[in-house]
Design a protein around this ligand. Structure first.
Ligand SMILES: Cc1ncc(C[n+]2csc(CCOP(=O)(O)OP(=O)(O)O)c2C)c(N)n1
Ligand SMILES: [Mg+2]
Length: 333
């Protein structure tokens, strides 16, 4: 099911400042260009193992981050590079980790799915589908226990939404009024399985009703709609009213991972989303029609972003592989 068309291409800019629009544009474009570069490096054999790209879903994390403040936490699945960049992690460190280099966030020992930043309150990067959801509730528990008003964003996919541990977590989070926002990034597919094939009732956020958790569906191709929903959810959590669910309808343009035969959907379906619902194009058109920027301004932004992304690739290539002794460090037991 394609996300329903809402305001993205036609929204009034009355309540949104030029600076805000430009920020969303740049943040989303950084993720896209970074992911394109990661795809290239993968093709060149510089990135090994798993690599799940976020291209198409940029408005989700950028819109949600727009309502955060210092101390708020985020935790997600393996499709995680966009989340890292959106919360301010350094592209150099992310790219170096993707390529398994010493300069990476996990010293080159974690790779795409296992990066963390205590400084930016980014708690991974989790390869087990749904496993980050209870961990996210735990992070929210720590804030509640300490008595601050920070919130945690626990992101998971439509496929993960069928995991039992999600519902055990819903129950405890609501019972203890935990300040956690459950973000279902519904990109319509779990590997090659569409939501229609895995789920009778397509409205995933409504499942929270069984636990008394409020929530809503959001157009995830519209960064302004996501930001608005994020503000509402954050206000709910900061006020001590317990968890909130946002089912953000989005779409991934690339395969599930780099090794996806893509036999489960048509090229036309993907092309239609790119042509009609692209989240970056939507903001670009708002910037142009609102006379906030010219084509030249936007070209210059793209150029600057490419400089940052290329520099991250150069940093990664110049960083050595971790030393053999590192095999014996950072081991839990
Ligand atoms: C517990 C568990 N089961 C199965 C897998 C294999 N697997 C990896 S990703 C994935 C699909 C998850 O899809 P979704 O939650 O929609 O997230 P998306 O990839 O679309 O972001 C599956 C089944 C896994 N990693 N962990
Ligand atoms: Mg999915």
């Amino acid at each position: 099911m394609a996300p329903k068309k809402t305001t993205a291409n036609t929204a009034s800019t009355a309540n949104v400042s030029k600076d805000e629009l430009l920020k969303y544009y740049k943040d989303m474009l950084l993720i896209r260009r970074f992911e394109e570069k990661a795809g290239q490096l993968y093709g060149m054999g510089l990135i090994g193992g798993f690599c799940h790209l976020y291209i198409g879903q940029e408005a989700v994390v950028v819109g949600l981050e727009a309502a955060t403040k210092e101390g708020d936490k985020r935790i997600t699945s393996y499709r995680d590079h966009g989340h890292m960049l959106a919360c301010g992690m350094n592209p150099d460190g992310v790219m170096a980790e993707l390529t398994g280099r010493e300069g990476g966030y996990s010293k080159g020992k974690g790779g795409s799915m296992h990066m963390f930043s205590k400084e930016k309150h980014f708690y991974g990067g989790h390869g087990i589908v749904g496993a980050q959801v209870p961990l996210g509730a735990g992070l929210a528990f720590s804030d509640k226990y300490k008595g601050n008003d920070n919130v945690t964003f626990a992101y998971f996919g439509d496929g993960a939404a069928n995991q039992g541990q999600v519902y055990e977590t819903y129950n405890m989070a609501q019972l203890w009024d935990l300040p956690v926002i459950f973000v279902i990034e519904n990109n319509q597919y779990a590997m090659g399985t569409s939501v229609q094939r895995s789920t009778k009732s397509p409205s995933l956020w409504e499942r929270g009703a069984a636990y008394g958790i409020k929530g809503e569906e959001v157009d995830g191709m519209d960064v302004l709609a996501v930001k608005e929903a994020s503000e509402k959810a954050v206000a709910h959590c900061r006020a001590g009213k317990g968890p909130y669910i946002l089912e953000v309808k989005t779409y991934r343009y690339r395969g599930h991972s780099m090794s996806d035969p893509a036999k489960y959907r048509s090229r036309e379906e993907v092309q239609k989303m790119k042509d009609e619902r692209d989240p970056i194009e939507a903001v670009r058109s708002l910037l142009l029609t609102g006379n906030h920027a010219t084509e030249e301004d936007l070209k210059a932004i793209d150029k600057d972003i490419k400089v940052v992304v290329n520099a991250s690739a150069e940093f990664a290539k110049a960083s050595p592989e971790p030393a053999l002794e590192e095999l014996w460090t950072d081991i839990y037991a």
